[in-house]
Ligand binder design. Structure first.
Ligand code: NAD
Ligand code: MG
Length: 387
């Protein structure tokens, strides 16, 4: 091979997206190189990943976990950095070609921001960045000539479909949703849901936070907000349809009535590799659809009573300002409380709604004001849980 490998910083390398991304790197025939890895927890796995990929840097963001860990297995050429601020050193480094932002939650915002400030291409899995600070993030990318490439499968599908038309020819975006594990459950059945059941997704194997978000459909609400800022469309132009097979990853409807979709068996390695190889398409690891077998693709509108989170997503996509940061942080805190056994599954969305409704809306917040909204919303959820 006569081309030098793309240098990838995999932030959140020990998570579901991070480990899938390293499989893509492994299967890239030397086209991609994992130059930096970062993790908050699972530091044993981080060391194993470093042994395999021989990165220039590993970053352990949790200072205490980093201090307690035995790093003797780290390759000699790999430099260990600790603390979240070290991520900025990596994302600013001129040798990094592309940053895969796969940290979970608004904790992923700062490193993505630094990468964009330095004009880097960011393959963005961390949707919470756009939910929290969409207008500021997309403006920064534009100002610095940095590219934001979606990794979220729905947004990757839309990004691909959009290439068949011009921006003013777009009528609507249609996000597909699997419906999660509780599709069709009655209100009574939802009351009985356990933590273990909420962590069992029928199709996707993901980190715990996004798995719970998929069960409440808050994930789709966050994706509506993500799409609103990433693609610059109005909230009213974004629809959601339930598609239990998760083969059609999303669609764009153009003004002439044509609908362009992207299809593939559900496997996050495909949108990850699409972003990492972009603008090229190359053979990959994922299975193909088998057209010799009969299969069904079903679509149905979501029931707003069963999935009240969706309405919050549209509301925040419409309102903009501070609302996305508040919804996102409230949801992160509420999901944390649910996983800690302090909040019932059916209370997650009402807690978020209550915090959103009681917040002091700012139509034009700065990044530091958004951080303050984030902190406030988490505290409000704690108060809500204790009340
Ligand atoms: P995960 O929980 O499996 O992994 C999260 C990673 O981030 C881990 O490496 C963890 O160590 C690190 N991390 C956690 N807290 C951190 C902190 N405070 N500071 C720095 N690093 C921290 O999560 P995931 O499922 O891989 O999701 C990652 C992101 O990708 C999320 O924003 C999620 O919404 C998005 N996403 C995931 C999927 C999926 O299939 N898993 C699909 C679409 C989008
Ligand atoms: Mg998605």
């Amino acid at each position: 091979m006569n081309h030098s490998p793309k240098q990838v910083a995999v932030l959140g390398s020990t998570g579901s997206i991070g480990t899938s991304a390293l499989e893509v790197v492994d299967g890239s025939d030397g086209r991609l190189c994992a130059a930096a890895l970062s993790a908050h927890t699972r530091l044993d796995l981080l060391v194993k990943q470093a042994q395999r990929h021989q990165p220039r840097w590993v970053v352990a963001t949790d200072l205490q976990a980093a201090a307690e860990h035995d790093w003797s297995g780290l390759p000699a050429e790999t430099k260990l950095l600790t603390g979240s601020e070290s991520l900025n050193e990596i994302t600013a480094d001129p040798d990094i070609d592309i940053v895969l932002a796969a940290i979970v939650g608004s904790a992923g915002l700062e490193s993505t921001w630094t990468a964009l400030q330095h004009g880097k291409t960011v393959a963005l899995a961390n949707k919470e960045t756009l939910v929290t600070a969409g207008p500021l993030v997309t403006r920064l990318a534009e100002e610095r000539g940095a590219q934001l490439l979606p990794v979220d499968s729905e947004h990757s599908a839309i990004f691909q479909a959009l290439q068949t038309g011009k921006p003013d020819e777009v009528e609507r975006l249609v996000l597909t949703a699997s419906g999660g594990p509780f599709l069709g459950y009655s209100a009574n059945e939802l009351e009985q849901v356990t933590i273990a059941e909420a962590l069992e997704h029928p199709i996707w194997n993901m980190g715990p936070k996004i798995t719970v978000d998929s069960a409440t459909m808050m994930n789709k609400a966050l994706e509506v907000i993500e799409a609103r800022w990433l693609f610059g469309v109005e909230a009213e132009q974004i629809d959601v349809t339930i598609h239990p097979q998760s083969i059609v990853h999303s669609m764009v409807e153009f003004v002439d009535g044509s609908i362009v979709a992207q299809l593939s068996p559900p496997d996050m390695r495909l949108p990850i590799q699409y972003a990492l190889y972009y603008p090229q398409r190359l053979p990959g690891l994922t299975k193909r659809l088998d057209w010799t077998e009969a299969f069904r693709l079903e679509f149905k509108p979501p029931d707003p009573d069963q999935f009240p989170a969706l309405q919050l997503g549209h509301q925040c996509a419409q309102a903009g300002g501070s609302s996305g940061a508040v919804l996102n942080a409230a949801n992160e805190a509420a999901v944390g409380s649910f996983l800690a056994g302090e909040l019932h599954f059916t209370e997650i969305v009402p807690a978020c709604r209550s915090v959103l409704e009681s917040h002091n809306f700012d139509p034009n917040p700065t990044l530091s004001q958004l951080a303050e909204f984030d902190r406030w919303a988490r505290e409000e959820v704690t108060r809500w849980v204790c009340a």
